[in-house]
Design a protein around this ligand. Structure first.
Ligand code: SAM
Length: 231
């Protein structure tokens, strides 16, 4: 909802179909996704897909559920959210999974491949379109995360094994921690103020952090994919 590209593509879609892929043991994330996206586009249609047939539940609250995997059960959505799904696969399986999902989208469709902790306090996702990955976004609860690199343990599968010296994601997280440390004098004003200062200093160092018009509850660090793409 905070991503202009996502909301623009959703609003422009002839058929505003969205898939929550691999919603898990209960469909809460799918129902919440539908509620949030309806504020952007009231006629959005949301379908939850699960590879595990025992997890497919009856439709409710205007949301339907079906069995399906990376081929998206033949649907043609404009947006797919797959959270904590690819983390269960080996890294080598990611390119093919991305390619299968992306080929099922509408031509201007988007995929959000993300990972988070159990309570959603540490979160990271890659936004992709048919041309491939576009950006990495990390978002965390300002009050429970001590430093930006704490997100490393929840990086998407395509990046988590690359957080080592010499790799761009490691360079970014190391710089973010350094900027966070330098912003320590602002800690009395709260972690959001401190993060805004840290993000500004990262920009001054040359990291192309996305700016958001709205102030957000979470601390957010979003960069173009080229900034973090594994070597
Ligand atoms: C850890 S749960 C994630 C649940 C929910 N998305 C969340 O983030 O809380 C992962 C789910 O992905 C499902 N899954 C694994 N591979 C899948 C695939 N290829 N297509 C659809 N679902 C898949 C599993 O059955 C499991 O229910």
């Amino acid at each position: 909802m905070h991503d202009q590209l996502v909301t623009a593509r959703l609003c422009a879609a002839a058929d505003p179909l969205v898939v929550d892929l691999g919603y898990g043991a209960s469909p809460w994330t799918t129902l919440e996704l539908a509620a949030r996206l309806r504020t952007v586009r009231p006629d959005v249609r949301v379908v939850g897909l699960e590879i595990d047939p025992d997890r497919v539940v009856p439709g409710r609250d205007g949301v339907s559920f079906a069995r399906g995997g990376f081929e998206l059960a033949g649907l043609r959505p404009v947006l797919v959210r797959a959270f904590n799904v690819l983390r269960q696969y080996p890294e080598a399986a990611v390119p093919e999974a991305w390619s299968t999902i992306l080929s099922g989208l509408t031509p201007d469709g988007l995929l959000v491949d993300g990972t988070c902790d159990e309570l959603g306090r540490r979160c990271a996702w890659i936004l992709l379109d048919r041309a491939g990955p576009r950006s990495l976004t990390m978002a965390w609860d300002p009050f429970t995360v001590e430093q930006p690199s704490d997100i490393a343990e929840r990086l998407p599968k395509a990046l988590i094994h690359h957080n080592i010296p010499g790799e761009p994601i490691h360079t970014l997280l190391t710089a973010a921690d350094r900027a966070w440390a330098h912003a320590a004098p602002l800690a009395p004003f709260g972690p959001r103020v401190r993060w805004r200062a840290a993000a500004e200093s990262l920009r001054r160092e040359g990291f192309p952090l996305r700016s958001y018009r709205r102030r957000m509850r979470d601390c957010v660090l979003s960069v173009p994919w080229a900034t973090v793409a594994p070597r």
